[in-house]
Design a protein around this ligand. Sequence first.
Ligand SMILES: NC(=O)c1ccc[n+]([C@@H]2O[C@H](COP(=O)([O-])OP(=O)(O)OC[C@H]3O[C@@H](n4cnc5c(N)ncnc54)[C@H](O)[C@@H]3O)[C@@H](O)[C@H]2O)c1
Length: 210
Amino acid sequence: MITVAILGAGIGQQHLTGYRALPSRFRVATLCDLDPSRAAAATGHDANIRIVSDIADVMSDPDIDLVDVCLPPHLHAPVVIQALEAGKNVICEKPIGRSLAEVDQIQAMIDKTGRQVFPVFQYRFGLAFAQLKALLDAGLAGKALVASAETHWNRESDYYTVPWRGTWKGESGGVLLGHAIHSHDLLCKVLGPVKQVFALSDTRVNDIEV
Ligand SMILES: NC(=O)c1ccc[n+]([C@@H]2O[C@H](COP(=O)([O-])OP(=O)(O)OC[C@H]3O[C@@H](n4cnc5c(N)ncnc54)[C@H](O)[C@@H]3O)[C@@H](O)[C@H]2O)c1
């Protein structure tokens, strides 16, 4: 049985649903959020889940095996490193860090502590990718010469009222680091690492910084 603390009650609520579907493997003991009422509502006011607002309370709790980071992007790498240092294994929402340097710091802490970090790229477990992988594994796909990935998601101004979104400081990037990161991950998973990047980008609809 793995005892879990979730940090962040936004998408963290859906992570909780995932753990609840596997009750023989996971027990969510704590949900941490600066907004305790949001956290309590996210659990459905479940008395078995402790609500805390200070991340330090999670890190110092010896019962917690796994820290699940569902915080805004700028907190990911620092909190992942803090959790590893506290001897926890970690799940972290995308993006795992804001730079390769941050990811290197996480890797160094994994090497030092022997703990594990599981980044969230849930599309790798979707049906379409499973079908593509089956074709590749069967040797039917041939050599990839050209690929394209498109992300068409609509996010309107209310989505960007959350203060961290749309900012360099909070979100650390725009659609490329947020929404399109999933299809870029799949592309790299199939075709291998990027050698060169060329980009044209523009912010056309929402009045945001990134
Ligand atoms: N994998 C996916 O498809 C997917 C989908 C949605 C969001 N995400 C990612 O999940 C992360 C969170 O996104 P969200 O939509 O849930 O954001 P959100 O703003 O709705 O929720 C984040 C929560 O973190 C809390 N928080 C912020 N700072 C804190 C701190 N220091 N201590 C405790 N709590 C703190 C906030 O109060 C807020 O409730 C982002 O990195 C986002 O990119 C991934």
